[in-house]
Design a binder for this molecule. Structure first.
Ligand code: HEM
Ligand SMILES: *[C@@H]1O[C@H](CO)[C@@H](O)[C@H](O)[C@H]1NC(C)=O
Length: 325
């Protein structure tokens, strides 16, 4: 018996040492396949759930990619965006006008978490589930493939007022968007690469109608503006939705950059990528080289996934912080 136990202890020794040294300092690829407290199936399970939802509606994929962005930019990638309002915290990030009602895909994360809690309870953070889901959606919608480090923890703080201050708005110019990305340690190149996500999903009319009425913004193709007016009539009862990319609406590809070059991006912030030499050069590179876009998009997603602290917990359910006994 002695030999076997000794062997097991020796096998786990590097793990114990690594855990002690590394767990609070950096994320690792394949985190859940390593060490004693593990869940080797974690990434496979998330991928299967994402696949199932995207097969029903590719919009779920767009939703989780945007969710990753909105999570990471507010208090780091800590799943703070997932917390429901509660008596203790009636106004979480989820209720900010930036997220409500447009952010979608919460049921994808819920189902992945419920499955994981059955297979390996208390091990996989909601923050990592969002990061995995965004990676998998990039693969299913764009064939973009990259490894995403994990080992994030779930935060206990979520404040609606912080969302508007941290996330860029569609009417903001390149200077402001760059500054908000720089505040997260992201570069202008990351702005250009990640904006390519606007080649999938949708937008509500209310996010860009100031560019349609009373006159069509001169920074927008006038024919495209007239067309958008038919999709988004003034004084409509409901806030309509249109695809981000009318050419390949369900493909995460480099069509976005062609649309922006053609003045057919929905947002002023999209158009503003044409307003500096640096962003214009990269836009043209991505517009003409799909593989370059795919590679840089993956790199920038990994970089965005690094934002954040190391404080937190593994939630039991993604919609609420753990109860403190
Ligand atoms: C650069 C600054 C950005 C601005 C100003 C911006 C703004 C917006 C707005 C206003 C919408 C439409 C929401 C609605 O009305 O339904 C939207 C949609 C979307 N954004 Fe961004 N965004 C930016 C960057 C990003 C980044 C970095 C990502 C992810 C990498 C991203 C991913 C998406 C996706 C996938 C959608 C479609 C969501 C869906 O279909 O549910 N955006 N964005
Ligand atoms: C960008 O927007 C900010 C805030 O509205 C403004 O102060 C700044 O002058 C604008 N910059 C450019 C280059 O338009």
């Amino acid at each position: 018996m002695g030999a076997r136990n000794t062997y097991q202890i020796l096998a786990f020794l590097p793990c114990i040492l690594l855990f002690g040294v590394m767990s609070t300092t950096s994320l690792e690829v394949g985190y859940y396949t390593k060490c004693a407290k593990t869940c080797p199936q974690a990434e496979i399970i998330v991928k299967a759930v994402v696949h199932k939802y995207i097969a029903m509606d590719p919009g779920f994929g767009a939703g989780v990619i945007r969710m990753f962005f909105h999570d990471c930019f507010v208090r780091g990638c800590d799943a703070s965006v997932l917390l429901d309002p509660s008596p203790q915290n009636p106004n979480p990030e989820k209720l900010s006008v930036v997220n409500n009602p447009s952010l979608r895909g919460f049921e994808v994360i819920d189902e992945a978490k419920e499955t994981l809690e059955r297979v390996c309870p208390g091990v996989v953070s909601c923050a990592d589930i969002i990061a995995f889901a965004a990676r998998d959606a990039s693969y299913f919608l764009g064939g973009i493939s990259y490894e995403i480090p994990s080992g994030r923890l779930d935060g206990r703080v979520s404040i609606a007022d912080e969302v508007l201050k941290s996330l860029p708005a569609p009417f903001q110019n390149l200077t402001v968007v760059n500054a908000l990305f720089a505040a997260q340690g992201l570069s202008t190149d990351d702005v250009v690469a990640l904006s390519g996500a606007h080649s999938i999903g949708r937008s509500h009319c209310s996010s860009f109608t100031t560019r349609l009425y009373p006159t069509i913004d001169p920074t927008m193709d006038q024919g495209f503006g007239s067309f958008l007016r038919t999709k988004c009539p003034q004084n409509a009862n409901e806030d309509g939705v249109v695809p981000q990319d009318f050419v390949t609406p369900e493909q995460l590809d480099n069509q976005y950059y062609q649309n922006v070059a053609d003045l057919k991006g929905l947002f002023f912030s999209d158009w503003s990528l044409l307003t500096s030499g640096e962003t214009l050069n990269l836009l043209n590179d991505f517009r003409t080289k799909p593989e370059l876009f795919a590679a840089k998009f993956g790199e920038s997603m990994v970089k965005m996934g690094d934002i954040g602290g190391t404080q937190g917990e593994i939630r039991k359910t993604c919609r609420a912080v753990n109860y403190n006994y």
